[in-house]
Design a protein around this ligand. Structure first.
Ligand SMILES: [Zn+2]
Length: 426
């Protein structure tokens, strides 16, 4: 795919590379065929460092049991129907890549170049955490993004009401921070044996006991500054009864029991003010009549920005309270926020006011993760924002069934992105 895109860009006179992430040293952990796509539209440099338009080449699988969700449509068939491109990746993230490419093509055709370079980058492995994609690229070939000041990627966009695309004014959500993923594995050891004797203290029994204790750990409510800013920005759109609470979230959650109850009843909101915790994998014996010597459980916790997975693992270890249970961190990264007051955010606000009068631009905190944090670590202001208007029902198709993007949205996204890049020059 990286080669296909590079050929496509080269044939249009654009400077480009397909970056082989397989052929480099110590690559045995990378499955064959991993590569990234990179292209550059040079600017004068007078306005400052480059802006990177980042997407990813990989997609999540389609659930083979979910035949009803896709109907007669082949999720990998590239189907265009009823004015929409339908298939896995239409939103996450090839629809974003198409908008980035269309914008690049238009910029390349300009008589006068922009004041900064525009880099289009699409990496593999994002859905698996980016270690073999964005992280590896930044480690091995940092010169490809040297001097970059800004980055736009998935993790934000324009949400419109339930009644249809084109409905204005929209909510322009710009991702500035993400929660910290903290993936743990609990492993219990015990004596293996014949199940006919019964079990009271086996690895499985100990694991279940520990999981019960870990599940009942308190999950205190805490309002981090990015979330306080988000809800303050949303306050004008909130219901009359919630408006004051949104404007001062920390106080309202502490002092107003009715507000607190309403707020926490919505899982998406609750996840923004406390750590979440899901037991996702369980492993024991492979055979019903055998007591296993080891039992294990995987936990996907998402921590509030600023909290450390090492501390969370230690709290889990204390709660498990069993010397025969080992708690290991399987994956984490330190979440970092980008400042929400920057020339890029100002440019987004000016474009929003022009193309969508009455719209509201808010700095969003994501509960999921993208590759943005790898670039934030390099001092790049990275925002989750793809200019497309989606109803909530459309966004929910990401990682689900019937994923699609309308052709009108691809056109709109290209127009808005080009305006945004021009506005950033001013
Ligand atoms: Zn995804």
């Amino acid at each position: 795919m990286a080669r296909f895109l590079a050929d496509w860009a080269r044939s249009r006179g654009i400077e480009t590379r397909a970056i082989d992430l397989r052929s480099r040293a110590e690559s045995s952990d990378v499955p064959a065929g991993r590569a990234a796509f990179w292209a550059r539209i040079p600017g004068t440099g007078k306005a400052g460092g480059a802006i990177i338009l980042l997407s990813h080449l990989d997609v999540v699988p389609v659930d083979p049991a979910d035949t009803a969700g896709w109907g007669a449509i082949d999720p990998f068939g590239g189907v265009v129907m009823d004015g929409a491109v339908i298939g896995r990746g239409a939103l996450d993230a090839k629809g974003a890549l198409v908008v980035h490419l269309a914008a690049a093509l238009r910029l390349a055709a300009r008589a006068t170049p922009l004041g900064r370079d525009v880099i289009v980058l699409s990496t593999p492995d994002e859905e698996l955490g980016g270690l073999n994609g964005a992280a590896r690229l930044l480690r091995e070939q940092p010169e490809l993004v040297a001097g970059a000041a800004y980055l736009l990627t998935i993790g934000g966009g324009i949400t419109v009401g339930p009644s249809g695309v084109g409905e204005a004014p929209g909510l322009w959500e710009v991702g500035v921070a993400e929660k910290t993923p903290c993936w743990l594995e609990l492993r219990a050891r015990g004596t293996a044996g014949h199940a006919a004797g019964g079990s009271r203290d086996s690895a499985v029994d100990r694991l279940l006991g520990a999981l019960a204790r870990v599940r009942s750990l308190p999950r205190p409510v805490r309002v981090v500054p990015e979330v306080a800013t988000l809800f303050a920005a949303l306050a004008p759109r909130a219901s009359a009864e919630d408006r004051a609470g949104f404007a001062d979230l920390e106080t309202a959650l502490r002092d107003d029991a009715g507000f607190r109850q309403r707020f926490l009843a919505d899982p998406a909101r609750a996840a923004l003010v406390r750590n979440t915790f899901a037991i996702t994998t369980l492993r024991g014996s492979r055979q019903i009549n055998v007591i296993p010597g080891e039992a294990a459980a995987g936990i996907d916790a998402r921590l509030l920005p600023g909290e450390s997975c090492a501390d969370f693992a230690e709290a889990t270890r204390r709660a498990a309270n069993d010397p025969d249970i080992q708690v290991d961190v399987r994956f984490t990264f330190a979440s970092r926020a980008s400042p929400s007051e920057t020339p890029l955010m100002d440019a987004i606000r000016r474009v929003a006011a022009r193309v969508d009068p009455g719209s509201l631009v808010v700095p969003r905190v994501g509960t999921g993760a993208s590759d943005a944090h790898w670039f934030r670590e390099h001092g790049i202001v990275a925002y989750g924002f793809v200019p497309r208007r989606l109803r909530p029902v459309e966004s929910r198709r990401i990682h689900g069934s019937g994923e699609r993007i309308s052709e009108a949205n691809l056109q709109f996204g290209t127009d808005v992105l080009v305006s945004l890049l021009e506005e950033l020059d001013r």
